[in-house]
Design a protein around this ligand. Structure first.
Ligand code: UDP
Length: 367
């Protein structure tokens, strides 16, 4: 065997694993189907602006070990995510906080806001939320659900809120303070110079082959290494033999505009049902850009089909049941480690992917 590890996928999971394995003296080969490294955190420069080609990625974590880990590979700026919701031209602050409640209801104090939410929750008669709709109403009431959640969520997931798992909406904080920080995280920022540079630093000194599809050449590639770290979709690995796991895909329409400022913020969410895109990202604001032009991306969500890029696993009961079956199958693939958002079919954030890769390294590499 020429390598100890063949790592399939040069995204965050693969890059962390490769970097740690190399440090312990292992021989590592990283391959990726795409023509570039960094998976979906890939950034590319346009007009001097780092464009998040596969959607906005804002690094945030409560995990000090992960924060210190990524800081070895990049310097992070002080960007704080504060998206704005645009509902038919009305602008609201996100996540749901006193600025949002004041704009929605005219309430001024936290008590008044809490009362309003409680009143709407009681009127809806929800005690134990069983789906995203009920969870949302019980967290923020019906007005906010109708204007800021329902339209956005149904565009994003292509399913009624009543058929979606409650945990998705729990990603968003609800606060009775005037705080527009989207995340409850101790550490937050954007790697200066872009994510591609950060991942490239992780992969320094490691052999990487791009444009190489593992599943197409599996037999040959497997001969190269003792162990395989597979970060692609788990159902694809098994040729979809138990059925197809559902994902959401995203299409981006990116434009260069000949003006310095389009929307005054990195992210504006279009929360009505009619606007076909879910959000517009203005990339320069991730790095406080002063360029004369600006680059924006409209995001359109769609159901994943063969040939598309999978982005979000649809972790509802039906898919989770199928995933568990694939997971059982994967246990008999003794040579292979399945990891990352696609390999584990989990709506992982970047910090959680890194934590999970580091954990796996400790176990696997005995460090
Ligand atoms: N969400 C919403 N309105 C918004 C933003 C988010 O209803 O303006 C809901 C939606 O269901 C979404 C979920 O919150 O899928 C999680 O949002 P997050 O911003 O964490 O999604 P991501 O950035 O991962 O796409």
């Amino acid at each position: 065997m020429k390598y100890d590890y063949l790592i399939v996928g040069a995204g965050l999971y693969g890059a962390v694993f490769a970097c740690e394995a190399k440090k312990t003296g292992k021989r590592v080969l990283v391959i990726d189907r795409r023509k570039h490294i960094a998976g979906n955190v890939y950034t590319e420069e346009m007009e001097g602006i780092n464009v998040h080609k596969y959607g906005a990625h804002i690094f945030h974590t409560n995990n000090k070990e992960v924060w210190q880990y990524v800081n070895q590979f990049a310097e992070f700026n002080r960007f704080t995510n504060s998206p704005v919701a645009n509902y038919r031209g009305e602008l609201y602050s996100l996540p749901f906080n006193m600025y949002t409640f004041n704009k929605m209801w005219g309430v001024v104090t936290p008590e008044e806001a809490a009362e309003k939410i409680e009143e709407q929750r009681r009127a809806a008669g929800i005690s134990e939320p069983k789906n995203l709709e009920e969870q949302a109403i019980s967290l923020v009431g019906t007005d906010i659900y109708e204007k800021l959640i329902k339209g956005y969520t149904e565009k994003q997931w292509g399913r009624p809120c009543r058929e979606l798992p409650a945990f998705i909406i729990k990603r968003l904080p609800v606060r009775l303070t005037f705080d527009n920080n989207y995340f409850n995280a101790l550490y937050q920022g954007i790697p200066q110079g872009g994510y591609t540079k950060m991942v490239s630093n992780m992969l320094e000194g490691i052999e990487v082959r791009l444009g190489m599809d593992y599943l197409e050449e599996k037999e040959e590639l497997d001969k190269l290494a003792d162990r395989v770290v597979y970060t692609g979709a788990i159902d694809a690995y098994f040729g979809y033999k138990l059925g197809v796991l559902e994902y959401r895909s995203v299409r981006f329409e990116t434009e260069i505009l000949d003006k310095p400022n389009f929307q005054g913020n990195a992210a504006v969410n279009y929360t009505d049902a009619e606007t076909p895109w879910t959000r517009i990202i203005e990339h320069k604001w991730f790095e406080f850009g002063t360029q004369p032009k600006t680059v924006i991306s409209r995001e359109y969500s769609s159901e994943w089909k063969a040939g598309d890029e999978p982005y979000y696993p649809v972790n509802d009961a039906k898919n989770m049941k199928l995933y568990e079956e694939y997971k059982r199958l994967s246990a008999s693939e003794e040579k292979v480690i399945f990891g990352g958002r696609l390999g584990e079919y989990r709506y992982y954030d970047m910090d959680a992917v890194i934590a999970s890769a580091l954990e796996r390294c400790k176990y696997e590499l005995g460090k």
